[in-house]
Design a protein around this ligand. Structure first.
Ligand code: NAD
Ligand code: ZN
Length: 360
């Protein structure tokens, strides 16, 4: 048996107000005055001087505001990289992503593509990246995806939604400042938080589970229960705990995998552009058969936080549309193998998947 040898985020700072230390963290990483730091920031923070005034720009440093309305695309990454290459004198000293999973993944992908030739779509998959990425920093402003700690950056390409999974993907530095998550809208808080909860359930009930994944998954699960079910946390505690739940949930799937909800949610995202958090919730709501206890708790959480999921998302789709989603979902072999074991193809058929999608 060959055991996987995973990289981890080598430096992390945790605590309210830790974002104030960003400038001193970056200073020693500046290669020279022609090699700027590029900040990729969710455009929800445009005009938010509380955040931007704390970033001190020197020399050719630059902020690029990016909308998170759509999830990252390979073409978007390639364009950003081209823009950065054209507008900087030298390869940047660092890429800093500030935002949710969308911005964190963009920062990871851009830092990889600055040192690797060709188009980002050719690196979607496992261990295809050849050269180490540019120094990159992740600063989450919403908690749940685990993108701050994971070894992947999920991109939608022309043919598939698939991560660039590599040893060079994880951030070199992460800043966990839960005060940055203060303004997250209630429903978005729930959807992205549920991404973490679903990571736990899929990891903990998967066939790939080992003690490493189980211990992180158990911690994340416990924290999610405190945040979403128990009623005794202050808002500050709740934000801090969800931030750590996200981290541990991400660590849990390093050695294991996600499962049915993620596979199906990728299908929805590819065809309809449904975003990850809500997509997972839409699917998970119908997965009692695979995750009976997990779905029961999920429904309680939904009710407790007055979340009403949209209905009829797949109502007007053609047979061809269903086929597209089903093929995307079934293409994710490791997810199915984790969820259902080696004989997964006997358990999940195209017809079964279609029936599930039709319920959404
Ligand atoms: P997101 O980054 O798409 O953001 C969701 C919404 O919240 C956006 O409208 C954004 O502007 C807003 N927002 C973020 N922070 C805010 C703040 N502090 N105040 C107000 N609004 C704020 O959401 P997400 O759920 O974090 O990320 C989803 C993405 O993460 C998907 O693209 C998914 O594929 C990816 N993902 C990656 C991994 C990984 O390991 N790399 C894991 C899971 C999901
Ligand atoms: Zn997820």
């Amino acid at each position: 048996m060959i055991h996987k040898n995973f990289p981890m985020v080598p430096r992390v700072i945790f605590g309210r107000g830790s974002f104030n230390q960003l400038n001193e963290i970056l200073a020693p990483k500046r290669l020279n005055i022609d090699a700027p730091f590029i900040f990729l920031i969710d455009d929800v923070f445009k005009g938010n001087t509380d955040l931007t005034s704390r970033i001190s720009l020197s020399y050719d440093d630059r902020i690029i505001f990016i909308s998170a309305d759509e999830e990252p695309k390979t073409s978007q990454v390639d364009k950003l990289v081209e823009d950065i290459i054209l507008n900087t004198k030298e390869r940047p000293s660092g890429i800093i992503g500030i935002g949710g999973g969308t911005l964190l993944d963009l920062a990871k992908a851009v830092s990889i593509m600055l040192t690797n030739d060709g188009e980002s779509k050719s690196y979607q998959g496992w261990d295809l990246v050849k050269n180490p990425a540019v120094y990159h920093v992740g600063i989450p402003t919403i908690s749940g995806t685990g993108a701050e700690v994971s070894r992947t950056t999920v991109l939608t390409g022309p043919k598939r939604k698939l991560g660039i999974n590599s040893d060079y993907t994880p951030f070199d530095q992460v800043i966990l400042d839960s005060d940055l998550t203060v303004g997250v809208p209630h429903e978005q808080w729930f959807y992205t938080g549920m991404d973490c909860y679903i990571h736990c359930i899929e990891s903990l009930s998967g066939s790939y589970l080992n003690t490493f994944s189980q211990s992180y998954g158990g911690m994340a699960f416990q924290l999610c229960q405190e945040v979403f079910l128990d009623n005794n946390l202050s808002e500050i505690e709740s934000r801090e705990k969800l931030m750590m739940a996200s981290w541990h949930g991400g660590m849990s799937i390093a050695y294991s995998q996600v499962g049915v909800a993620h596979a199906m949610s990728y299908g929805l995202a590819f065809l309809l552009g449904t975003k990850h958090g809500i997509g997972n919730c839409l699917v998970f709501d119908h997965l009692e058969e695979f995750y009976p206890e997990g779905v029961k708790l999920f429904k309680q959480m939904k009710e407790k936080h007055n979340i009403i999921l949209p209905k009829g998302i797949c109502a007007n789709l053609s047979d061809n549309d269903f086929d597209v989603m089903i093929n995307i979902a079934l293409g994710l072999t490791p997810l199915w193998e984790n969820a259902l074991g080696k004989n997964w193809q006997k358990i999940i058929t195209k017809e079964k998947l279609k029936a599930l999608y039709q319920k959404i």
